[in-house]
Design a protein around this ligand. Structure first.
Ligand code: NAD
Ligand code: ZN
Length: 240
């Protein structure tokens, strides 16, 4: 990658692939199935309304798995780049895990929510999401919102829901001169369109991952390889 100048502003978008080397499988890595169900059928508001315990079992398994995983060299490299660029750096992740934070990232926004947070399931209830590492396996174990009594749900953007903090994300994307996208298949919207928005602003666009993403035609550079192997060398790029 060419060196960044003092005027460059780097916007990084990460997907499930950045956490694959930590042992958190991508949806493709599990063939998109959980107990034989398509993940798209479990991670929806309709599934939660029909069977909240089943949905909580899925997320409880993921919470449990998360306890034993650690950031990999890709997360660490992004933390190092942020320390060098400071407020010229912004990280938008589609991931719900906390591995970027564990690797020291601070300017990070989770557009699809966070596995280790829960919130009230009533859309109009104004209670805030809260940190929650608990596992819920039966209907009786699921807590109720202290304000309105509705069931508590994972703080995750499910299929058919609107991602979080889009205004901040689009504002940061608009100001970026370089877009670095890592480990995302380029099919989940709206993130899949970020590269086109960046191009309209004449930003340089770079993809890192082992396979070409489905939107690869919009990238100036597609660097094929594992994020944990390629990203650490970016840190050595002189930051002008
Ligand atoms: P995806 O499963 O559709 O695609 C994963 C991408 O990662 C693929 O393009 C694959 O080539 C790439 N990849 C695999 N190993 C890699 C590696 N070592 N380095 C770099 N790239 C690698 O994931 P998506 O595009 O992020 O979309 C699926 C949705 O599910 C997103 O919302 C995603 O964040 C979510 N999800 C999150 C997690 C997590 O939080 N860790 C895990 C699974 C899925
Ligand atoms: Zn409530």
């Amino acid at each position: 990658m060419e060196k960044l100048s003092a005027e460059d502003r780097l916007f990084v978008l990460t997907g499930a692939g950045v956490s694959a080397e930590s042992g958190l499988p991508t949806f493709r890595g599990i063939n998109g199935l959980w107990r034989g169900y398509p993940v798209e059928d479990v991670a929806t508001p309709e599934a939660f309304a029909a069977d909240p315990a089943m949905v909580w079992q899925f997320y409880s398994e993921r919470r449990q798995r998360h306890e034993s995983v650690r950031p990999n060299p890709a997360h660490v490299a992004l933390g190092d780049i942020e320390r060098a660029l400071e407020d010229r750096f912004f990280l938008c992740t589609q991931n719900v895990d906390s591995l970027h934070e564990q690797a020291g990232s601070q300017r990070v926004v989770h557009m699809h929510g966070r596995l280790m947070q829960s919130r009230c399931s009533r859309t109009l209830c104004r209670t805030l999401p809260f940190d929650d590492r608990n596992l819920y396996r039966t209907r009786g174990e699921i807590p109720n919102c202290p304000k309105c009594g509705a069931l508590v749900r994972p703080h995750i953007c499910w299929f058919g829901e609107v991602p979080f903090q889009m205004e901040l994300i689009l504002q940061q994307l608009d100001g970026a001169t370089v877009l670095l996208t890592v480990g995302t298949s380029g099919v989940v919207e709206p993130a899949a369109s970020f590269v086109r928005m960046a191009r309209l602003n004449r930003a340089r666009t770079i993809y890192v991952g082992p396979e070409e993403p489905s939107n690869s035609e919009y990238f100036d550079e597609v660097l094929l390889g594992k994020a944990g192997e390629l990203l650490p060398s970016f840190v050595n790029v002189p930051l002008g």
